[in-house]
Design a binder for this molecule. Structure first.
Ligand SMILES: Cc1cc2nc3c(=O)[nH]c(=O)nc-3n(C[C@H](O)[C@H](O)[C@H](O)COP(=O)(O)O)c2cc1C
Length: 225
């Protein structure tokens, strides 16, 4: 598949078929993705690939946390847990409005919103999840997180090549101790994100979403060109 086509067609997939992704394909994706660049070639990324009963256990445990109204305590505090302002808030709200419209969930419908959060914590029913982590020895470096971003996007693009969809999901590591307990990831590893991965269910309404982007004129400054 053409690179440009893969970049343009990648988008967050929030509804999946139940067919598991073959282990060889997941391994190939990760193998190629580690060609991603990293500062000083530190390659700080580590992956824990989940499927089958282990993933079911994790989905159930995360669901329990939400139902118990447990306060999220991610290793890295994401924007979703802080009050955004200005253009960032505007983009966040725009995304939420479009998504909830597609799903037919109104602002006041707390029950349906809760159900959507539960689906989110069940990795949108994806048959596989990749937990992206890094060792605590390097986890205080913002650049290490930058490197994890590079490899994560590379995984998402490679997935497109194999007819797969992904959703990078900070929400999957909202309760890191639960993830560690069920997956065996040691305490010394900090959890950056989860990636839901699987074959897209194109009939699922949320998958119709085409998120917007700021026009180039608003974000690029040209000098001497
Ligand atoms: C670090 C990171 C964390 C994210 N966490 C979530 C999440 O928890 N739930 C979710 O539905 N989408 C999550 N997303 C997906 C973004 O909402 C999505 O990338 C953005 O709206 C742009 O849409 P697109 O991926 O379809 O182009 C996350 C993306 C990134 C990069």
């Amino acid at each position: 598949m053409e690179l440009i086509e893969a970049i343009k067609s990648r988008k967050s997939i929030r509804g999946y078929k139940s067919t598991p992704v073959p282990k060889e394909i997941l391994a190939e994706i990760l193998e190629i993705a580690t060609r991603a660049p990293s500062s000083l070639n530190t390659q700080p990324w580590e992956f824990t690939v989940l499927g089958g009963g282990v993933l079911d256990d994790l989905k159930n445990a995360l669901e329990q946390q939400f139902l118990a109204r447990a306060e999220p305590y991610p290793d890295f505090r994401p924007e979703s847990l802080m009050p955004l302002t200005g253009i960032y808030r505007r983009r966040q709200v725009e995304l939420a409005i479009e998504l909830y419209q597609l799903l037919g969930i109104s602002r006041e419908d707390k029950e349906k919103r809760d159900q959507w959060m539960l689906k989110q914590l069940r990795a949108f029913d994806a048959p596989n999840v990749i937990i992206v982590s890094l060792d605590e020895a390097i986890s205080s470096s913002p650049i290490a997180m930058f490197n994890l971003g590079a490899v994560t996007q590379t995984i998402a693009l490679l997935a497109v090549n194999f007819g797969l969809g992904t959703c990078i999901q900070g929400a999957l590591v909202y309760y890191p101790d639960i993830v560690r307990r069920i997956t065996g990831i040691p305490q010394s590893k900090k959890l950056a994100t989860g990636i839901a991965i699987g074959y897209p269910d194109w009939d699922f309404p949320a998958n119709k979403l085409q998120s917007t982007r700021e026009p180039l004129a608003n974000i690029v400054t040209w000098r001497g060109i």
